[in-house]
Ligand binder design. Structure first.
Ligand SMILES: NC(=O)c1ccc[n+]([C@@H]2O[C@H](COP(=O)([O-])OP(=O)(O)OC[C@H]3O[C@@H](n4cnc5c(N)ncnc54)[C@H](OP(=O)(O)O)[C@@H]3O)[C@@H](O)[C@H]2O)c1
Length: 370
């Protein structure tokens, strides 16, 4: 064997070994420590909040007493009254897909707070905050929303509640409606008169996507199971397709934009349902891949898009103040509403996360924080 071949063989072994070790490290679940680093010192002002100190099923989620967060000079302290669940919550809880542990923590979570979406009342503001005042009703997204208090920077994901909305309905908006808005308006670039198909129209993101596409003047087709067709129609969909009876990728209709929230069709199948120069926006994907999860659907769409005339994009949404204000305006104009499936008490948080993980939600699920 030549020296060159030996070197190549050794390098390949090293790479394979490195991949194996990284894989073992990423997928390893460390044990659960009995106490966290945020336990309130004696005499501190406290609150109840959900914590998960290791990865696992819903049993790792516990309500504990911790120190109440203190707002910085440019932050707002909000007393949370309602929080909503998202698939993101159980992804964090399980640390799956494993790839996300590169940011959420290897072995166990780096940040033990849980929950994103909240609505509540401003309790206190920092000295530089002028946009919000104590007593204001607000909604937004901040890590730790499953807790009595959150702090949010005054220019981050927080906005005033639309008058016509309850705290529970507003708590449902931030992550799911921002995702729908960015998918339909920004990435999908939906314009008046275009034909838009929303795959997964009855879920958290889908119920908002249908309404936002209608608000932009599109002709909307919503794909859901038959049991949710009436709901999707009530949100403004012009046409509904029951996915248990009909596969839209093999039907005759063609769409300008497909918002794919389910990721159950290959990119080449989606292309069959597109007009030339149409767009596919992949928002979600099958969860069964424990290493990459929905990211696999994003990647295959993006790579496929390099070789065809249509545009294929995978997107990760960011919740911003500007978008929350836009959503609040749509609500105030009567163009957007939240569909609430289940309401849970704080003591039922584990059941709320498990229900969300079940994947059968009709719209959003809300947790009341007393
Ligand atoms: N990219 C991002 O930034 C971003 C942000 C938020 C969420 N997501 C992802 O988007 C996905 C959806 O989130 P979500 O909050 O909307 O989830 P969800 O509320 O749990 O979605 C549940 C809905 O999906 C429907 N559904 C299941 N299989 C379907 C199929 N084959 N065809 C059509 N509809 C189907 C279900 O209806 P039936 O019960 O009738 O089947 C149910 O109404 C998740 O993968 C999530 O991780 C991505």
């Amino acid at each position: 064997m030549t020296t060159r071949r030996k070197l190549l063989g050794a390098s390949a072994l090293l790479v394979a070994g490195a991949i194996l070790v990284s894989g073992v490290m990423l997928s390893h679940d460390a044990s659960c420590p009995s106490d966290g680093t945020d336990v309130a010192p004696i005499g501190a002002v406290t609150m109840h909040a959900a914590r998960y100190r290791c990865y696992g099923d819903t049993r790792v989620v516990q309500w504990v007493t911790v120190a109440r967060p203190v707002p910085s000079d440019s932050s707002v302290l909000v007393r949370v009254h309602a929080a909503a669940t998202n698939p993101l919550d159980w992804h964090y809880m399980r640390g799956k897909p494993y790839i996300m542990r590169l940011s959420s923590g290897i072995g166990r979570p780096a940040d033990v707070r849980l929950g994103q979406d909240f609505a509540g009342v401003v309790e206190a503001v920092g000295v530089h905050v002028t946009r919000f005042a104590p007593g204001d009703s607000v909604f937004g997204a901040s890590t730790g929303a499953f807790g009595e208090y959150v702090t949010v920077r005054h220019n981050a994901a927080i906005a005033h509640l639309p008058d016509s909305m309850s705290l529970e309905e507003a708590a449902a908006l931030p992550v799911a409606a921002s995702t729908a808005l960015q998918a339909v308006r920004d990435v999908g670039q939906v314009a008046r008169g275009q034909r838009v198909l929303v795959n997964g129209a009855s879920g958290g993101v889908g119920t908002y996507a249908v309404q936002i596409a209608k608000s932009l003047g599109a002709h909307v087709t919503g794909v859901s199971s038959g049991r949710n067709a009436a709901l999707v129609q009530s949100l403004g969909a012009d046409v509904t397709i029951d996915y248990t009876r009909e596969d839209f990728t093999t039907a005759a209709a063609r769409y300008d934009v497909i918002i794919d929230i389910v990721g159950n069709h290959a990119p080449w199948a989606l292309r069959r349902a597109l007009v030339p120069h149409g767009r596919v926006v992949v928002v979600g994907g099958p969860e069964r891949d424990r290493w990459l999860g929905p990211i696999r659907a994003f990647l295959s769409a993006i790579v496929y898009g390099w070789f065809v005339e249509q545009t294929f994009t995978g997107m990760l949404a960011e919740t911003t103040q500007q978008d929350l204000e836009y959503l609040a305006t749509l609500v105030a104009q009567g163009l957007l509403r939240s569909v609430i499936d289940q309401r849970f008490e704080a003591s039922e948080l584990r059941a709320a996360i498990a229900y969300q993980e079940g994947g059968r939600s009709r719209g959003k699920n809300v947790v009341r924080v007393p």
